[in-house]
Design a protein around this ligand. Sequence first.
Ligand code: ATP
Ligand code: MG
Length: 355
Amino acid sequence: MKKNIAVLPGDGIGPEVAKGAVEILGAIGERYGHKFTFRYGQIGGSAIDRHGNPLPDETLALCRQSDAILLGAVGGPKWDQNPPEYRPEQGLLKIRKELNLYANMRPINYYASLLESSPLKKEIIEETDFLIVRELTGGLYFGKPSERTYRDGMEAAVDTLYYEREEVKRIMKLAFELASTRNQKVTSVDKANVLESSRMWREVAEEVAKDYPEVTLEHMLVDNAAMQLIKNPRQFDTIVTENMFGDILSDEASVLTGSLGMLPSASLSESGLHLYEPIHGSAPDIAGRNKANPIAMILSSASMLRHSFGLEEEADTVEQAVRSILDSGRRTADLAGSGIPYSTSEMVEAIKEEI
Ligand code: ATP
Ligand code: MG
């Protein structure tokens, strides 16, 4: 199989972990006889520095000519004081919007060998396996107006939580589709006791549920969901939620796995051009020190093999290699506790050898 992959390393630890994922894909290509061609583009702060734009046109064009996109991470303190349109995060929001990447899938899996890295008790997190489906192109992060303003002579600020019914329907359908291939349960997370947008969200969930009689639907308020994730994570199968709620809940859920550095994600579009990125950010505190955990990025590339290329066995091979390396006790600094940590490149090398 021949595939073109757009690689957008971004900022901070982005380039370090993206390099790891590219090496792993190279090893998979070699083992199974696929030709993956990697073409690189700029996004985020590094794109602002070079092109004065967090998402240059050539990056978008490169993505549109590719079969799938791998993205590292964007952002960092260097650009924090920039005016809003020159912030790295704008590049991320814009690529999601431009490529219509409306659904972010974040699987949360339990790793037996990482039990000691979680602050939670074994009895609670054992066998945890659920999927967060986060709406990605609407909601509070995109609603207009979003600005500083004056009201009644008072300085104020406003953001807008806006959803069209069809946007909710689209993400809801995907969640039910995914749930029907899993354990047939959808937990729709909202704040329907306070927010009108959530009341519409709930209505749509009920409506879509009628087409999936085999899937159970439950509603949960987001504050309760935040608590239940820590108290009893095993109750979840497929969680579907609004953009910002999903952002927060998935960072929270990363604690179950031991580290943000473990969690992959896939952002899906209707066109079939999907984007794969770790859920963590650019981690400026550890950037450039060969210290970052590359596993979230490597698992994201496994997800790409499966969801964009249909390479099920190849994806399993990557995931298995990660599991056996962890089982054998090798850890990057975020997971090492008092043990001697592996560097990013040592971790990548170990996984590559396993493949
Ligand atoms: P963003 O705003 O982009 O979501 P964030 O504020 O959530 O970013 P991250 O950059 O994800 O922050 O980092 C949060 C913490 O987790 C930092 O202390 C960082 O060092 C750590 N961290 C994140 N990713 C990794 C990784 N791959 N390996 C090790 N540590 C990580
Ligand atoms: Mg974050």
